[in-house]
Design a binder for this molecule. Structure first.
Ligand SMILES: Cc1cc2nc3c(=O)[nH]c(=O)nc-3n(C[C@H](O)[C@H](O)[C@H](O)COP(=O)(O)OP(=O)(O)OC[C@H]3O[C@@H](n4cnc5c(N)ncnc54)[C@H](O)[C@@H]3O)c2cc1C
Ligand code: FES
Length: 259
């Protein structure tokens, strides 16, 4: 884990809500695994005191590529960094996904949950393991980068809630229907909690192992403040684990979702 001041080399607005930046941070890029994240100091003054956790979207030529949705002050500040600007980041943090040994593998993304899954699917493609990606969003405005993902050779299936792209409905419905035709060896998911809960329950019914990336508000990001705990069921016991240091990726069957 490194704490660095690193230079932004590329900064792109993909549409009004989504941005992507590339950061020259080989010390982090060289050891980073899919599902891990960096913790970035965004801005100056009171907003910079709490770093923002952002997953690694891609590692390219020893640089880190981050894809993020502009939500509040921190991500707005990050989206305004220009090539040549510097950012203060710590990483790689957390426990990432365990890569599969065989396929087919299914990856299910909801909204900006696509970010860590993109790094994962690129690694899986390099192992020549068959993969299908399901991606759900509110409308086609939230679907950036589809062509790029297709160019990686990924079979990507899309659902939008308003039907403006792909199949109308939730991505979980598309995912469930696909289960009638075939069964994956492993399932990976990142997105809203309600989506993760449905995916995990379907995986349990099928007897397929799932790994899910959870999102919690974070303070230290290092396992010290216990501000990001989630309940896990393991070996018959209920325990609290830090999402930042024991996760953000957990085995789906171990996660205790809210009723
Ligand atoms: C492990 C992890 C990986 C993430 N990866 C990505 C990613 O790749 N792309 C992306 O767009 N978003 C990602 N997020 C969500 C991202 O961290 C929040 O959208 C961001 O922190 C919002 O900050 P803000 O200042 O723009 O918004 P504000 O709402 O103004 O944030 C105020 C405070 O709340 C915290 N906060 C707000 N929302 C979240 C949230 N959902 N999760 C954690 N802290 C939050 C911020 O850190 C900040 O301290 C990730 C979250 C986690 C936990
Ligand atoms: S954010 Fe401090 S322990 Fe996780």
């Amino acid at each position: 884990m490194k704490d660095l001041i690193a230079q932004v080399t590329v900064s792109e607005m993909l549409n009004k809500d989504f941005a992507r930046i590339t950061i020259d941070a080989p010390e982090i890029a060289e050891t980073c695994k899919p599902g891990q994240f960096v913790h970035i100091r965004c801005g100056q003054g009171v907003y910079s005191l709490m770093r923002r956790p952002i997953s690694v979207y891609q590692v390219k030529d020893k640089t880190l590529v981050l894809l993020f949705q502009i939500k509040g002050e921190g991500t707005k500040w990050l989206s305004r960094r220009r090539p040549g600007d510097f950012v203060d980041l710590i990483g790689p943090l957390g426990q990432g996904f365990t890569l599969p040994e065989k396929g087919p593998v299914w990856a299910v993304a909801g909204g900006i949950g696509i970010a860590p899954l993109c790094f994962l699917v690129q690694e899986i493609r390099q192992k020549n393991i068959p993969l299908v990606m399901f991606f759900g969003a509110r409308s086609k405005d939230s679907l950036c980068l589809i062509e790029e993902i297709k160019n990686w050779g990924v079979d990507i299936r899309i659902a939008t809630e308003d039907g403006s792209a792909g199949v109308r409905g939730f991505v979980t419905e598309l995912f469930e229907k696909s289960l009638y035709a075939s069964k994956p060896e492993a399932i990976y998911a990142c997105g809203p909690e309600s989506m993760l809960k449905t995916v995990v329950n379907l995986a349990k019914d099928l007897g397929v192992e799932s790994q899910v990336s959870l999102e919690e508000r974070m303070a230290c990001g290092l396992g010290a403040c216990r501000g990001c705990v989630t309940m896990i069921q393991r070996n018959g016991k209920l325990i609290y684990e830090n999402v930042c240091s024991s996760g953000p990726v957990f085995l789906g069957r171990e996660v205790v979702f809210d009723e």
